[in-house]
Design a protein around this ligand. Structure first.
Ligand code: AMP
Length: 143
């Protein structure tokens, strides 16, 4: 995915992770739609954020249709609700044909289930754990 061609990026959940990603994609001149069920979440977006905001429960199909999820080049599903994330990621991938779907999972064990469904995952626990191991635990047999 080249940074020169703008993508339509739908980010579900405008919490700590969603907000960070929405601001970064927006700053890189991609078209961004961020969805959250709590309108107060949008108040924490940087003033420089130039994308769209949609208040609604992402587990409702009408909300995803209103967000034009089916037009997305990339969907990042990052609410705090794992089951909602799995549901929305599946709708994006299977029903709406979004080419790239990434979902936040909090339990590393669930990543395998998502992978079987063709959904990439973001797992803070695994990512942070791998960073720490890379720093302090040298690879075995590396002598
Ligand atoms: P955080 O844990 O800080 O990344 O925040 C998660 C965000 O997900 C919060 O802003 C919640 O309001 C949002 N959220 C949780 N469930 C839903 C849902 N069903 N639809 C849309 N946003 C949600």
């Amino acid at each position: 995915m080249s940074s020169s061609s703008p993508m339509y990026v739908v980010i579900v959940g405008c919490g700590r992770l969603g907000r960070y990603l929405a601001e970064r994609f927006s700053r890189s001149r991609h078209r961004v739609m961020v969805i959250d069920s709590n309108a107060e979440a949008f108040g924490r977006l940087a003033a420089s954020y130039s994308g769209f905001r949609l208040e609604g429960d992402a587990s409702e199909l009408a909300v995803l249709l209103e967000a034009k999820l089916g037009d997305a080049d990339l969907a990042i599903v990052a609410t705090s609700e794992q089951n909602t994330n799995l549901l929305v990621a599946q709708i994006a991938k299977k029903l709406m044909g979004v080419p790239r779907v990434v979902a936040r999972v909090s339990e590393p064990e669930r990543a395998a289930v998502y992978r079987e469904l063709g959904i990439d995952t973001l797992c803070a626990v695994s990512m942070l754990g791998d960073e720490i191991l890379a720093e302090f635990l040298p690879p075995v047999g590396d002598d």
